[in-house]
Write a protein that binds this ligand. Structure first.
Ligand code: PGA
Length: 259
């Protein structure tokens, strides 16, 4: 069985002291049953790595699709590897929208991350308009095809796909769990159509307004391997509560929730 995972996407929030304190506090609670990946701003990665000692993994929120050179402001895959970064978030809807990253650019980022041994957390999901036109399956298929079109199964490595309906991100309007289950099954089908190898090496998580209250509705679902959490991951107690719930649900080692 694949290990469940919860991912904190801090976006452009926090500060040096926030990142350090959060890491120190969280370190004491980690159980091996559920993996945690933190995605802070690039500039805190190195300091956090020294505290987390691989008990909690780190990922970047973005990556350059170029290897090196005259690309002012960009961060390369080799630099990320250099400082112990294991994952990279790729294709988040905020980058697709605000930085004009289309499926082709996302696929190039995915490919270079793999080349350097960084696992991708690939974000996919439909807009509100696409949802209203019942086009979500078509949209996510296209987003996945863009990657599968340019890579070989052996390049896939371990990948996390985050299904994040755009209308659910940061809005407080989380998706219907039954709908999420259906989409996750569809994602597995798409991967399977190409190669069973992809399905075996992929975890599929849900993201979009997950918090300590609504997460319970998603924990019951068989097709969810974890969560990508934005706003709620910025409050330590909230994130810890979600983590403990996941550990309780996903491990045999029941944990007392109020410790
Ligand atoms: P949210 O963000 O949990 O605040 O909706 C999720 C994300 O953007 O990854």
């Amino acid at each position: 069985m694949k290990k469940k995972v919860i991912i904190a996407n801090w976006k452009m929030n926090g500060s040096y002291s926030f990142a350090i304190n959060f890491s120190k506090k969280l370190f004491n609670y980690v159980k091996k049953d559920v993996e945690i990946i933190l995605l802070p701003s690039f500039i805190y990665l190195y300091s956090m790595k020294n505290i987390l000692q691989k008990k909690i993994l780190l990922g970047s929120q973005d990556i350059s699709f170029n290897k090196s050179g005259a690309f002012t402001g960009e961060i390369s895959a080799s630099m990320l590897v250099d400082i112990g970064c294991k994952y990279s978030l790729i294709g988040h809807s905020e980058r697709r929208k605000l930085h004009m990253e289309n499926n082709f650019i996302v696929a190039k980022k995915f490919k270079i991350a793999k080349l350097y041994g960084i696992s991708s957390i690939l974000c996919i999901g439909e807009s509100l308009q696409e949802k209203e036109r019942a086009r979500e399956i078509e949209v996510i298929r296209k987003q996945i095809y863009a990657i599968l079109d340019i890579i070989q199964p052996e390049e896939w490595g371990e990948t996390i796909i985050a299904y994040e309906p755009i209308w659910a991100i940061g809005t407080g309007k989380f998706a219907n769990p039954k709908h999420v289950q259906k989409v996750h099954i569809e994602i597995r089908n798409v991967l399977n159509e190409w190669s069973e190898f992809y399905t075996r090496n992929t975890r599929i998580v849900y993201g979009g307004s997950i918090n300590s209250t609504n997460v319970i509705n998603f924990l019951k679902l068989s097709e969810i391997d974890g969560f990508l959490i934005g706003n709620a991951s910025l409050i330590f107690e909230e994130f810890l509560f979600i983590y403990k719930l996941c550990v309780k649900k996903y491990s045999n080692n029941l944990l007392k929730l109020n410790t």
